[in-house]
Design a protein. Structure first.
Length: 323
């Protein structure tokens, strides 16, 4: 597999120092949380109505020419929304960022992005670090989340694919549901093929907890078992369009935080490693849902990726927690 190229030491140090001394972090923790929550809410309430105006226009006039005109505007709005999130984070959070692998990314390329998943904070981390370095991240979202006030409409406006989560037992009983998920992915990827897009997939399918790890009997020390289906369907739908796979590893040396911990300014260290990987040619062709050989090959590739990530997390935690 391809290896990430380390940043020069001075560049790493600059990232490590970013946000170490925020303007407001000297305030009492409850006040920091209140300010961060207020700024987060105001940012949503400012940008989402603007986003919906343009999305409604595209919905009313569902023509390719209109889409090509409006989609860049929607992405511009979303990028500025994320940049404002980074602004309130810098204002209220005192985080030591240790990041490698951002260099060399292409804001005009197509990426399949994969990451481990421990907290809702992961999404803010990914958006903060990748905004304008690669195209806007499009997440696969659980169908139920479309009903989240305001944000559900924003995800709809940005055409995040809404997926129904089914167990393997359910899919074996109702195999037609697998085809519906495949069709949802295919339709979404057809839209993404028009302008540069980054498709984000958490292979674990859910946030890591020790209880889930034990229940799964996961063979990995720091990860749940990966679910290859979502990535496989996206690669099958538009694999030749993707520039590369961006493999991201997120580590919280002081323990995975809750979203509330982050708003309260209790997250002080975040370690992120990224590497771009070529898309295996033999996984791009064929029907993942029908070809057992392709499913096995994809599963083996993902397990190798996950073993490497698990070992990397162990090494990063040991390095971060050296006395």
């Amino acid at each position: 597999m391809a290896q990430a190229v380390d940043k020069p030491a001075c560049a790493i140090r600059q990232l490590e120092m970013e946000n170490r001394y925020s303007m407001l972090n000297f305030l009492p923790t409850p006040l920091i949380g209140a300010i961060a929550t207020l700024l987060l809410a105001l940012n949503i309430l400012f940008w989402v109505p603007i986003l919906l105006c343009f999305a409604a226009l595209k919905f009313i006039l569902p023509f390719k020419r209109v889409r090509l005109l409006i989609d860049p505007v929607l992405l511009f709005i979303a990028e500025n929304w994320i940049a404002c999130n980074s602004g309130w984070m810098a204002l209220t959070q005192r985080v030591v960022w240790d990041v490698q692998g951002v260099e060399g990314l292409d804001s005009r390329g197509w990426y399949m992005v994969s990451s481990n998943h421990q907290s809702w904070v992961d999404i803010l981390v990914l958006q903060h670090l990748l905004n304008r370095h690669i195209p806007l991240l499009k997440f696969f979202i659980k169908q139920e989340l479309i009903w989240v006030p305001v944000m559900g409409l924003a995800w709809w406006a940005l055409e995040f694919p809404f997926m129904r989560r089914h167990s393997e037992e359910y899919l074996k009983k109702y195999p037609e549901m697998r085809k519906k998920d495949q069709e949802t992915t295919r339709r979404a990827c057809e839209k993404y093929a028009l302008i540069p897009t980054s498709v984000m997939n958490f292979l674990e399918g859910t946030r890591f907890t020790r209880a889930k790890h034990t229940r799964q009997q996961s063979p990995y020390r720091h990860l749940l078992k990966p679910k290859a289906g979502g990535m496989a369907l996206a690669l099958n739908a538009m694999g030749e369009k993707f520039h590369a796979i961006l493999d991201v590893t997120i580590v919280y040396p002081d323990g995975a935080p809750t979203f509330n911990d982050f708003l309260l300014g209790k997250v002080h260290r975040i370690v992120v490693r990224m590497r771009t990987l070529p898309i295996p040619e033999h996984l791009l062709h064929g029907d993942y849902t029908r070809d057992a050989g392709l499913r096995d090959a994809f599963g083996q590739w993902v397990q190798l990726l996950w073993r490497e990530k698990d070992a990397q997390i162990t090494a990063l935690l040991e390095e971060a927690n050296k006395p």
